[in-house]
Design a protein around this ligand. Structure first.
Ligand SMILES: [Zn+2]
Length: 442
């Protein structure tokens, strides 16, 4: 069905343009007319229209932790204890409810595609569901009902950690993350089917959770698909990897052929100069998750240097301490300013590329992320008349707006959010209904 959208302003590939008419047919953009006037039958999109945003790194179940982990004296590792407590309570039904609400909140923030770094594979305590991919199926259904595309990054997770002596056994909670070995992971991974809104990619949880001799199997299974990996989020990972393997996590991944243009390293906060050069020269993408990295006291990654070395950047809300990808972009630039003492480290156009084209490409959707003929019809309209955005130049909206200013979201030609309301209704209620039972009796 043909639709026409008339935008007050649109962020096109060459910058902001006023008066843009975008024609959409069968989920694709068929024409972009500049200097157009509003025609009868056009749907008007006030404010400024962006391409769909890609949330390149998500753990849907971490949404249940928001506002629940902030105690004095906490660390990454005390946060992880809370996270494991929630993980232990989820089954396919409760995970469907939580992920559907979490993805609906993302849609409200302008996210049209999410990369779900998924390791909650098996029943609590271990064993298998009747369908060994039942938890994946819950995520696929959740994204479909929330109206966004999904790249399911099926994660290999085999060990309980790494210290100077080697890998540690899985604890009681971690047992449900593991397939036993990389071959068994690869067999379950291979059984998953793609569908029009769903891509299947692979992930290595981290060098902490996958021993080096298992890594090549994952790399082989991922061939031709997106491959994501948590990398050097905390200094302890580097210390253990050096003690055990005599190399940084980045160098270890490079040795087994895990780096390259279809790979995305998530965090890359504590990387050496050599690591930066390796990531850049292999064209490995880097996914910054600035709100999470701040919340977990990870540190600030050298993202400008990584970009200059050749790594495309993308952004993720990761543990969802906030679901605001525009805010993540602003924090990316803010972190650079705080560590460099300079402003304008990333231009608005570079921040837009991280949120859109490069994010989608990291997730395997190279036909999404820009407002151009032939591309997927993902349109995100942001108000320019809210208390936050009033008076700002359309081309600098990413440095002023928040998720609350997104009023219309169209994914593959389908209107998912209109006048700030999601097609599923009250997303706050959906979130509360999914999260509160997970904390009962705790
Ligand atoms: Zn993560």
């Amino acid at each position: 069905m043909l639709s026409a959208y008339w935008c007050d302003h649109a962020l096109l590939e060459d910058g902001p343009v006023a008066g843009v008419r975008i024609l959409v047919d069968d989920g694709r953009i068929t024409a972009v007319e500049r200097g157009a006037t509003l025609a009868p039958g056009d749907s008007r999109l006030p404010g400024v229209v962006l391409p769909g945003l890609a949330n390149a790194h998500s753990h849907a179940f971490h949404r249940a932790l928001r506002g629940r982990t902030h105690d004095r004296g906490g660390t990454f590792w005390t946060w992880r204890e809370r996270m494991y407590a929630v993980a232990a309570r989820l089954d396919p039904d409760s995970y469907l409810a939580l992920a559907r609400a979490t993805y609906a909140e993302m849609a409200l923030a302008g996210v049209t595609c999410v990369g779900e770094f998924h390791y909650l594979h098996h029943p609590a305590g271990g064993g298998r569901y009747a369908d060994p991919n039942a938890m994946s199926a819950a995520l696929v259904q959740a994204a479909s009902e929330a109206g966004i595309r999904l790249t399911l990054l099926d994660t290999c997770y085999l060990a309980g950690g790494l210290d100077g002596t080697g890998h540690l056994p899985l604890d009681d909670v971690q047992r449900r993350f593991s397939d036993g070995d990389a071959d068994a992971w690869a067999a379950r991974f291979a059984a998953q089917q793609e569908s029009p809104g769903v891509r299947i990619g692979a992930a290595i949880h981290s060098v902490r959770a996958v021993p080096a001799d298992q890594l090549p199997t994952v790399v082989r299974a991922a061939a031709g698909r997106p491959l994501h990996v948590h990398l050097s989020e905390q200094p302890a990972e580097n210390d253990a990897c050096r003690a055990c393997y005599g190399s940084t996590p980045t160098r270890l991944l490079d040795k087994v052929g895990a780096l390259g243009p279809s790979t995305t390293a998530v965090h890359a906060v504590h990387v050496t100069d050599e690591d930066v050069a390796l990531l850049g020269s292999t064209g490995t993408s880097v996914c910054a998750c600035p709100s999470t990295e701040a919340d977990l006291a990870d540190g600030v990654g050298p993202f400008r240097r990584l970009r200059d070395a050749g790594s495309p950047l993308c952004l993720g809300s990761d543990q969802h301490v906030m679901t605001d990808l525009i805010g993540e972009a602003r924090l990316l630039e803010g972190g650079e300013r705080l560590t460099s003492g300079e402003r304008g480290r990333f231009s608005p156009a570079e921040l837009q590329a991280a949120l859109t084209t490069d994010g989608h490409r990291s997730l395997g959707w190279s036909d999404a992320g820009s407002l151009a003929p032939g591309r997927r019809a993902d349109l995100v309209a942001v108000a320019l008349d809210s208390p936050r955005t009033a008076g700002c130049a359309p081309g600098q909206v990413l440095m002023a707006a928040s998720a609350a200013d997104v009023h219309t979201v169209i994914v593959d030609g389908r209107v998912v959010v209109s006048e700030g309301r999601h097609v599923l209704g009250d997303v706050g209620r959906l979130l509360a209904d999914a999260i509160e039972p997970l904390w009962e009796d705790r």
